[in-house]
Design a binder for this molecule. Structure first.
Ligand SMILES: [Mn+2]
Length: 385
């Protein structure tokens, strides 16, 4: 059986004050095309379908559209709630949609039957394990109050109940949204728990032929080759700039052996970091990549550049973030070196402003004159008090 493993779509996501819906539509069209080209039997979405509990209407419409496309091609869709989704809202149509080959699990339930898909070699049992906090798992499985339950123990419960419904020796796939111990995280993932440990041991999933995970936004294996994160649909933070995004084509053999292949999907706009001085960035041949990408500029100038944001937006219309590592370092150095930081800073500010506006160097004579003016002003201020 061949299926597509994808996760963390975050439909309705805001990034750089912009809704990513059109970018998501663009890349999801590619994903549907990939599913058709690869002739997959199913598409598995391992949680965080939406970015928030109450997603924008456009995001819901987009998901509806994608489901219709896949079902129209005869492809089954399996999805679970992630920590960003509202489990109860995602459950909409749970029973009705199954008749169309769309299988979903929003809320965790104690008695959840596996989804069984068949190929020429027989059945494959899919355990859909929606994201659930230990409190929710305790309620669903009636775990006694005196029994401690952290994320790891809660996942053990979910897996144990799911395994009990899979006949011995059958091929099986787990779909879960969790932080597996040893995984590498990114800043666009919301922590699953505040304070306590949210990590889960990969060993729980070893009985499965394959485990399709969501939550971590970088594609990676988790403890074993057959336990994997597909990564997010798009780059949703600048610390993901170097990652490749896409989906995993999973090939499940008749004997349960599994092979995976990562297929990259090309976004409408890349998310990337550009480093250089303003002068360098203004040169036409400095950056050959599309300038309408979603960009963070690390501006390397040491001197103050006024209206840097506006100047850079003229070069990069989708400037999402700006850092000035050297400027901050220079400012910090100046403050550290000069004992009378307040006055000197005014002087430096004026000098930078002058040089920026006139494109001329501030002469020693001018500096002396300005010092005198500033001193005079300071004296007047003291006398006023
Ligand atoms: Mn996520």
């Amino acid at each position: 059986m061949r299926f597509l493993h994808t996760a963390d779509w975050h439909l309705g996501k805001l990034f750089g004050q912009r809704y990513m819906t059109e970018d998501q539509r663009y890349v999801l069209e590619e994903l549907v095309a990939l599913a058709v080209d690869e002739d997959v039997q199913a598409v598995v979405i391992a949680g965080d379908v939406y970015d928030r509990a109450v997603p924008p209407a456009e995001a819901v419409a987009l998901f509806d559209e994608v489901l219709a496309h896949l079902v129209g091609k005869g492809i089954a869709v399996l999805y679970i709630a992630g920590n960003h989704d509202s489990a109860a809202r995602l459950d909409f149509g749970r029973e009705l949609l199954a008749a169309s080959g769309v299988y979903l699990r929003g809320c965790v339930r104690g008695e959840d039957a596996p989804v069984v898909l068949e190929d020429a070699a027989g059945p494959v049992y899919f355990s859909l394990l929606p994201f659930a906090t230990p409190v929710e798992v305790r309620a669903a499985f009636q775990v006694p109050r005196e029994e401690p339950l952290d994320f790891d123990a809660a996942m053990a419960r979910q897996v144990q109940a799911a395994r009990a419904q899979i006949p011995d020796g059958c091929r099986s796939v787990a779909v879960a949204h969790a932080f597996l111990a040893g995984g590498r995280s990114a800043s666009s993932e919301r922590p699953l728990s505040v304070g306590g440990t949210d990590q889960v041991r990969p060993a729980h999933f070893l009985p499965y032929s394959y485990t399709a995970l969501g939550h971590l936004h970088g594609p990676q294996r988790a403890g074993a080759e057959k336990i994997r994160y597909a990564g997010s649909l798009l780059k949703y933070s600048f610390d993901e700039a170097a990652q490749k995004k896409g989906a995993l084509v999973v090939e499940l053999a008749a004997d349960g052996a599994v092979e995976t292949r990562f297929e990259a999907l090309a976004p409408r706009h890349d998310v990337r970091i550009v480093r250089g001085t303003l002068e360098e960035l203004r040169q036409a041949d400095f950056d050959p990549l599309p300038h309408d990408d979603y960009v963070r500029v690390d501006l390397l100038d040491r001197a103050t550049i006024l209206n840097a944001y506006d100047k850079l937006t003229a070069i990069y219309p989708n400037l999402f973030a700006l850092t000035r590592p050297n400027w901050q370092a220079a400012q910090a150095e100046e403050l550290r070196l000069r004992p009378q930081a307040g006055e000197v800073s005014e002087l430096a500010l004026f000098r930078d402003f002058y040089e920026e506006m006139t494109r001329e160097t501030f002469s020693p004579d001018q500096q002396k004159y300005l010092e005198a003016v500033l001193e005079e002003m300071a004296r007047e201020e003291r006398e006023e008090v």
